[in-house]
Design a protein around this ligand. Structure first.
Ligand code: GCB
Length: 587
């Protein structure tokens, strides 16, 4: 029933719904059969959050005595919107909308068998989502870039209404916070799927090369939901490998002798891997490789590696964050054309397909969570949110050979609460995944002209963002920083760059800001400076292609961050693209 008192009482309805959070819900689902819930959903633009305040999700049509009530909504008569998509690109009136959209659809369900458990997977909803099925509140997910799974077994009926309140309001206490340098897309922008699982199922499984085993062992870890003990069977047919793994307390762990061909950049070999427990079978394609650091070296399969990278946002002109596989493949093929072996996927987890495709094409990845700029580092709930996003990301991509680095954040000042927050995240990442490297994009100290960030102690690779030649025109500081620093660890220059409007006519001098010549000049000086520094083991300049950005109001920018080496439509290569291509080509 629409509660008239909601209008006269202040009500922190978000707090009410946040009492039931959906966290750490990951399920290994790659080859599981699924039913798509994508397609056209009804939607209402709910600027004042009336659905949550007034309980529309209850669908009360009458008062307790059966008299009809006036309703302010009519779900099935609302307009429709495509799921998945960013709402901003679906209608002009939604382009700059920040707030709630109520999404709803109906679907039918027939149980395959009585014991089956059913989950709905949401690949990504920006930024928070309150989920209701058949008038039952199932929980709220925070974090716009990681998947979550909601069990619906007990609530399903033959005919169902699914209702999602998606909200992209920027909040200072969120991850990310209210100020970022990218576009705040909204909506259910990755697929929604229904998964039917047996009563006992494999919730997660992880298979990889056992570190320090001389490439002669693999490890397997799995978690079972629904049963405590038994025996799992791991099979890798191409290696003639069949191994039994004891499951105790729902957990199975084993280290098994095996000599797989290693996953290499020029030969990204993937094996079909199968795991079975109690009749539940999961299949994956897995590459075996080892990544570690030694002194200031990064070693891939024991060999020294320079990360020839570039940073990129998940953004396309046509689809925003809802990028297609074809768009990801196009970006990767352009990165390879620039002679890259590495990409920094900034500043939040990109689509699950990004790492799967990188596994296939042989590209190394840095994956990041949006602990970006001035996060509320002293707020325990903000930490909880960040840790959950990190957990969901690691859980999603744990089997991807391409992913070599978990980045726990970008550009925050070295202050005590931040150190406690970020070192906590580093510890969490290590405990979930001791086989990959931990990094973050940090600042050098602009006054001492030295890398001094205390977070470095907790990182395997120190990422440094610097904009000498652009935000700080005094380029002479860069050589001083490089000479004054002795980090004892590999450093990757995770950002440098300059704005550039493609094709902007230069006036004939190389000092013309925003022109291709100016950007090229910054790149040439950066390359010259960085190439001689022994502890620098990679670069990922900012950025591969121009992207939408509400903070960029200069007419040449026109609401885009134009530091791209390519234009936003990926069609035009700026001059600096060729400078990077020739630098990387010569390494
Ligand atoms: C940075 C940020 C990045 C911005 C970039 C810029 O330091 O890490 O998110 O987009 O600078 O263009 O200012």
């Amino acid at each position: 029933m629409a509660d008239r008192t909601d209008g006269i009482h202040t009500m922190d309805f978000w707090a009410k719904f946040e009492k039931k959070l959906i966290e750490g819900s990951g399920i290994a689902d790659f080859t599981r059969s699924r039913e798509s819930l994508d397609g056209l959903w009804n939607y209402g633009i709910d600027q004042y959050d009336s659905c949550l305040r007034n309980g529309w999700y209850n669908e009360h049509q009458t008062d307790p005595d059966g008299r009809p009530l006036p309703l302010d909504y009519s779900f099935d008569e609302w307009d429709t919107i495509q799921v998945p998509s960013c709402w901003n690109l679906q209608s002009d009136k939604l382009f700059l909308y920040e707030g709630s959209l109520v999404y709803t659809r109906k679907f039918s369900y027939n149980a395959d068998c009585e014991s089956e458990r059913v989950f709905i997977k949401f690949g990504g909803v920006n930024e928070r989502a309150a989920i209701f099925l058949n008038q039952t509140y199932l929980g709220m997910h925070r974090g716009g870039s990681t998947p979550f799974f909601v069990e619906v077994t007990q609530v399903l009926k033959p005919e169902n209404r699914l209702l999602v309140v998606a909200n992209n309001t920027r909040r200072p206490s969120n991850i990310p916070m209210d100020n970022t340098d990218w576009f705040n897309y909204g909506g259910i922008y990755r697929s929604v799927e229904l998964l039917r699982l047996p009563a006992t199922f494999i919730r997660s499984f992880e298979v990889g090369l056992q570190p320090d085993s001389g490439f002669e062992q693999i490890y397997a870890n799995l978690k079972i939901d629904g049963a405590d003990s038994g025996t799992a069977v791991l099979k890798i047919p191409e290696l003639n490998l069949t191994a039994e793994i004891a499951v105790i307390g729902g957990i199975g762990r084993a280290v098994i002798p095996a000599k797989p061909l290693l996953w290499q950049l020029d030969d990204p070999k993937l094996y079909d891997v199968e795991i079975e427990f109690g009749g539940d079978i999961l299949r994956e394609k897995i590459g075996f490789r080892e990544i570690r650091v030694q002194g200031s070296e990064i070693l891939l399969n024991g060999k020294s590696l320079f990360l020839k990278g570039v940073s990129a946002h998940e953004d396309s002109v046509a689809n925003g964050k809802a990028v297609t596989e074809a768009e990801i493949r196009q970006v990767y093929s352009l990165a390879k054309e620039m002679n890259c072996n590495f990409m920094r996927l900034a500043h939040y987890p990109h689509s699950e397909s990004a790492a799967r495709i990188a596994d296939e094409v042989g590209l190394l990845l840095w994956e990041e969570i949006p602990v970006y700029w001035a996060i509320e580092f002293s707020n325990p709930d903000t930490y909880k949110n960040a840790e959950n996003q990190l957990t969901e990301l690691i859980c999603r991509d744990i089997n991807r050979a391409s992913v070599i680095i978990w980045s726990i954040g970008n550009e925050n000042l070295d202050e005590d609460p931040r150190l406690a927050f970020m070192s906590g995240l580093a510890g969490r990442a290590r405990s979930l995944d001791p086989t990959r490297l931990i990094s973050a994009a940090c600042f050098a100290d602009g006054e001492l002209l030295k890398i001094t960030d205390r977070l470095a102690e907790y990182l395997d690779i120190i990422g440094i963002n610097e904009y000498y030649g652009w935000y700080d025109p005094d380029f002479t500081k860069l050589p001083k920083i490089l000479a004054n620093s002795n980090p004892g660890k590999p450093v990757v220059i995770t950002e440098f760059g300059a704005d550039c409007r493609a094709g902007l006519p230069a006036t004939g001098t190389r000092d013309d800001m925003f022109t291709e010549d100016f950007q090229l000049d910054v790149y040439e000086r950066q390359i010259e400076m960085l190439r001689g520094i022994s502890y620098i083991k990679g670069t990922s300049p900012w950025i591969f292609f121009d992207f939408r950005c509400p903070r960029r109001l200069h007419p040449v920018q026109n609401y885009y961050n134009i530091k791209g080496l390519l234009t936003a439509d990926l069609r035009y290569k700026k001059k600096a693209f060729y400078a990077m291509q020739s630098y990387y080509g010569g390494l």
